[in-house]
Design a protein around this ligand. Structure first.
Ligand code: GLU
Length: 295
């Protein structure tokens, strides 16, 4: 049984890095006789781009991708996240935090992914007065190693207490944090295999810890090499990654297939045939681990 997914955030249009993730997650699922779901991670309206969600789905179709079932929209799954947070609350694993970012970061140490929260609000006696403020909700993390074997990267581990700190699940502005939503969704959708970019490797121990707290299974993970520009920066909206050009579908698919070390495909008429070639020749073990500088 294999259920995989591609989970774009509609903060911008798909670019070459997104195409690599889409192709790899799709080919890994299909080569294993699995399902491939698409989930729109539209949780952060201030960062989103109007119309990007429809544009992303149209682009996936134009490149020949066929997903199973309906597209899931995180913006419509509030109840699921409430339920997960409720469960963590009832088990006493989370706490309200009234610290302003400015205040706690001023004294914080740097961790694996930004500053490590000092845990002030974990102790009720130290918690500042609410004063009508809406809190953020944080989960108290354990002081132990959480590691996993990644299909591409190998063993990866963190001590959440030292490397990350108690992290936010529900933001003070009322938006759900990515970490909670992604774990609740992966569990509810029965995801067994996650193939995504190495920018998210640093999040995985947090997600495994949340899975453990929520009694969910831990999927298999494969974190793909990142496509970077000549300055070594990941292609993204911030680094002005160009949107995928639908007039160059074949060239772009061939480009990411080369990055994934797939053999050169014969001449084809349609992008679907390149995807079929990728599925037929899929070999996760030959995917390189290190960043790839793109032309
Ligand atoms: N929505 C995330 C992104 O676009 C991906 C989340 C995931 O694959 O877990 O970077």
């Amino acid at each position: 049984m294999y259920i995989g997914r591609f989970a774009p955030s509609p903060t911008g249009l798909l670019h070459i890095g997104s195409l690599l993730t889409a192709l790899a997650s799709y080919a890994d699922a299909r080569a294993n006789g699995g399902k491939w779901l698409v989930r729109m991670e539209d949780l952060d309206p201030p960062r989103e781009m109007a119309g990007a969600d429809a544009h992303i789905l149209h682009t996936l179709e134009a490149f020949g991708f066929e997903w199973d079932g309906e597209v899931a929209y995180q913006s419509r799954r509030n109840g699921l996240y409430q339920e997960a947070l409720g469960r963590l609350k009832s088990e006493g694993l989370v706490y309200p935090c009234y610290c302003s970012r400015k205040d706690w970061q001023a004294a914080a140490t740097a961790g694996a992914d930004g500053f490590v929260y000092n845990g002030r609000c974990r102790v009720p006696a130290q918690r500042p007065e609410a004063n009508g403020k809406t809190p953020a909700w944080r989960i108290a993390v354990p002081d132990r190693i959480i590691g996993f074997q990644d299909e591409i990267v190998g063993y990866y581990a963190q001590n959440l207490a030292h490397d990350i700190g108690d992290f936010v699940l529900l933001r003070a502005d009322g938006f759900w944090a990515y970490q909670l939503a992604v774990v609740a969704d992966d569990a509810e959708q029965g995801i067994t295999h996650i193939v995504r970019g190495q920018d998210l490797l640093v999040s995985t121990p947090r997600q495994i810890y949340l899975q453990q707290c929520l009694g969910a299974n831990t999927p298999h993970y494969a974190h793909l090499p990142l496509l970077v520009n000549s300055l070594g920066q990941k292609w993204s909206k911030q680094t002005l990654a160009p949107a995928l050009d639908l007039n160059r579908r074949e060239a772009l698919l061939r480009q990411v297939m080369r990055y994934l070390n797939l053999p050169d495909a014969p001449e084809v008429d349609r992008p679907e045939e390149l995807l079929a070639w990728a599925v037929l020749h899929w070999e996760i073990r030959t995917i390189p681990c290190n960043d790839i500088v793109t032309e």
